[in-house]
Design a protein around this ligand. Structure first.
Ligand SMILES: C[S@@+](CC[C@H](N)C(=O)[O-])C[C@H]1O[C@@H](n2cnc3c(N)ncnc32)[C@H](O)[C@@H]1O
Length: 441
């Protein structure tokens, strides 16, 4: 196992971190998002458990395949299975890219102690010991066997691999490999509060390595807790992937326009729109809790104007929220499978099911068709997803244009794939899709 110099070893005992992380992995396998599951971890264990959980999610295919080889029958207790998976992931050669490394002996010892520390896991202490020691007797042979399954080879579900292979016959392997590379921390400078040079100078003065990325962003050499970075409380910047930073400029908003951000939470693009022009903006989101984050973000960035409206609503239910006055510009950053952002959310691949894609496409169609009615003649709509599945993207955009005779498609990047290969932080980007439509007058 190699060490990860950027990640300090957590002071919490590994046995506790393994148990907490096993709870997170168990929760994800029961259908809960990793973000929600990590929020339930006691604060003293959270950073350490988060690092282990991210690593486990990226290697869950291998860990599951190994567990099946070593313990062919599913353990009757899901938490034991998750503990085995987290521990096996930690024992993989190459170590954890963004979690601390431990010796094999420590991992086995601490996993066994973790099992012994809970009454309901105690009966499985011997199983944990036997499984992990079994792996260490022949790691290369077992890994070669695990790699014979698609999930064990690619650390993604079979249906996901099949979909990418069909959509990108020349790039699917690179895309799957890139999905397991931890993403850099990328920021967008709030030009109403600071210049990029000012932020870079403040970071340099604090000894934080960063370089310009895209038109208004910067990428950090090493991820760090954001609230500790210079300028956070002053609203100088927001966390936003370089691919997402393209949205607001593409919509091309101008002072005085009436703008709708139809699926706004947590507000990354809402804030960017308000940074770019003095617009009368309405931000909708169906999720009231997430909408609260839009409010908090606009407050921190000091971007809220008297004519900024935040409203919880189903964007497709025009009767409920629309006053009938058309918009010059509409941002439709629709709900999607999020298949383009698995580097940042490695649980997504395990949470989604193959039939989610068709269900999501239907929802997107409903939303974008309704939103088109709110666009003024001569106005524009930007359709955005953070997906790399064609059904949600080019196929959706082409079908939309075919359904509406008053659509003219404008120049936009289309499918942006996550950057593989080049690992410099400033070159990184998640997967996004952009289609821009103008309404004929
Ligand atoms: C891709 S996220 C938006 C990200 C956001 N634009 C940003 O840049 O921070 C999609 C959002 O759509 C919201 N959503 C889902 N269904 C919706 C609907 N029918 N109407 C409005 N919002 C919806 C979700 O709650 C989620 O916050």
């Amino acid at each position: 196992m190699s060490s990860a110099p950027s990640t300090p070893r957590s002071s919490a005992p590994l046995q506790d971190l393994l148990l907490e992380s096993a709870e997170v992995v168990r929760a994800v396998q029961a259908g809960r998002s990793m973000t929600d599951a990590i929020a339930q971890v006691p604060p003293e264990f959270r950073p350490g458990a988060q690092a282990l959980s991210f690593h486990a999610m990226r290697h869950l295919g291998e860990a599951r395949a190994l567990r099946r080889l070593l313990v062919p029958r599913d353990p009757p207790e899901a938490l034991v299975d998750a503990l085995l998976q987290v521990s096996l992931a930690l024992l993989l050669p190459g170590g954890a890219a963004d979690a601390p490394s431990y010796t094999s002996h420590t991992v086995v010892d601490q996993a066994v102690r973790a099992a012994a520390s809970m009454r309901r896991l105690l009966p499985f202490k011997g199983l944990v010991n036997g499984c992990l020691r079994g792996f260490l007797r022949d790691p290369a042979g077992l890994l070669a066997q695990a790699a014979k399954t698609v999930e064990g080879r690619w650390n993604h579900p079979q249906w996901w691999v099949d979909k990418l292979r069909a959509a990108y016959p020349d790039a699917w392997q690179e895309l799957l490999a890139a999905a397991n590379v931890p993403a850099p921390l990328t920021l967008r400078v709030n030009r109403r509060r600071a210049s990029r040079e000012q932020v870079l100078d403040a970071f340099a003065a604090a000894g934080i390595g960063a370089e310009p990325s895209g038109a208004a962003g910067l990428a950090l050499a090493q991820p760090r807790p954001v609230a500790q970075l210079p300028g956070f409380d002053l609203g100088w910047w927001s966390v936003q992937d370089a691919g997402a930073q393209l949205a607001a400029p593409l919509l091309g908003v101008h002072d005085g326009e009436r703008v709708l951000d139809a699926c706004a939470a947590p507000g990354g693009k809402t804030a960017h729109l308000l940074e770019l022009a003095d617009v009368a903006l309405t931000a909708l989101d169906a999720d009231g809790i997430r909408l609260q984050r839009v409010r908090e973000n606009l407050e921190r960035l000091d971007l809220r104007r008297p004519d900024t409206v935040l409203r919880r609503a189903d964007a497709a239910d025009l009767e409920d929220w629309w006053d009938g006055v058309p918009y010059d510009a509409v941002l439709a950053d629709v709900p999607c499978t999020a298949s383009g952002i698995v580097r940042r959310h490695p649980d997504i691949r395990w949470l989604r099911r193959a039939d989610d894609v068709a269900r999501t496409v239907k929802l997107q169609t409903r939303i974008v068709d309704a939103l088109w009615r709110t666009v003024a003649p001569g106005g524009r709509l930007l359709y955005v997803t953070c997906s790399i599945f064609p059904e949600e993207n080019e196929r959706q955009a082409a079908a939309f244009a075919a359904r509406h005779p008053d659509v003219r498609r404008l120049e936009a990047p289309g499918q942006l794939l996550p950057v593989a290969g080049d690992t410099t932080p400033a070159a990184q980007r998640d997967g996004f899709f952009y289609a821009l439509f103008a309404k004929l007058s």
